[in-house]
Design a protein around this ligand. Structure first.
Ligand code: ITT
Ligand code: NA
Length: 185
């Protein structure tokens, strides 16, 4: 059993579905904690260590973000703040007239168990910033994140569809494979 520490209900729904694919049990606790400024890796390491010490059990946390190439990686590590303050409409305005639409979501899972150092697992997914918001499935930047191979935004994909190849699927799959292989040792 693994405990996922997050305040984001959408992450919980996606993670539960992904854990189910791999047959691993997940529970969820919302333990608010201060996030230090830093890379996704720094933040998830810090969060995992902190939560593990508080709860005295193995935990995972996730720090994620949207990195837009033409904006030098913005909003990146500021994604949560930028989503709440600027929102998708203003991101689209920033991208007005810009031809390079490349963007990627990154997710870093931080894992920590009592008396051990935290480990991190990175997942990415490549896409493009759409020219308008599309779809009302998913959350946050999903309606403006276009997956060219699908011809759809994340906002137009069901949780199950998004979970086939999302950044979160990739980071959690890496984590789960490592975690399950630990059990055999
Ligand atoms: P916790 O830290 O409590 O887990 P959070 O929402 O603050 O929840 P992050 O610090 O990882 O999560 O912030 C990343 C932000 O990036 C998140 O709030 C969304 O705005 C955005 N984001 C991350 N993953 C996303 C996804 O799959 N679809 C759309 N937006 C996403
Ligand atoms: Na956060």
């Amino acid at each position: 059993m693994i405990t996922f520490i997050t305040g984001n209900e959408h992450k919980v729904i996606e993670a539960e579905n992904i854990f189910q694919i791999f047959g691993v049990k997940l529970e969820h606790i919302d333990l608010g904690y201060m996030e230090p400024q830093g890379t996704l890796e720094d933040v998830s390491k810090f969060g995992a260590k902190y939560a593990c010490q508080e709860l005295n059990r193995p935990v995972i946390v996730e720090d994620a973000g949207l990195f837009i190439r033409a904006l030098n990686g913005f909003p990146g590590t500021y994604s949560s703040y930028v989503q709440d303050s600027l929102g998708n409409e203003n991101i689209l305005k920033l991208m007005d007239g810009i031809d390079d639409r490349y963007a990627e979501f990154r997710s870093v899972i931080g894992y920590c168990a009592p008396n051990s150092e935290p480990k991190v697992f990175l997942g990415r997914v490549k896409g493009q910033i759409a020219h308008e918001e599309r779809g009302n499935l998913g959350f946050a930047f999903d309606p403006i994140f276009l997956v060219p191979e699908e011809g759809k935004t994340f906002g137009e994909l069901t949780t199950e569809e998004k979970n086939q190849f999302s950044h979160r699927r990739n980071s959690l799959e890496k984590f789960i494979n490592w975690y399950v292989s630990q059990d055999d040792e």
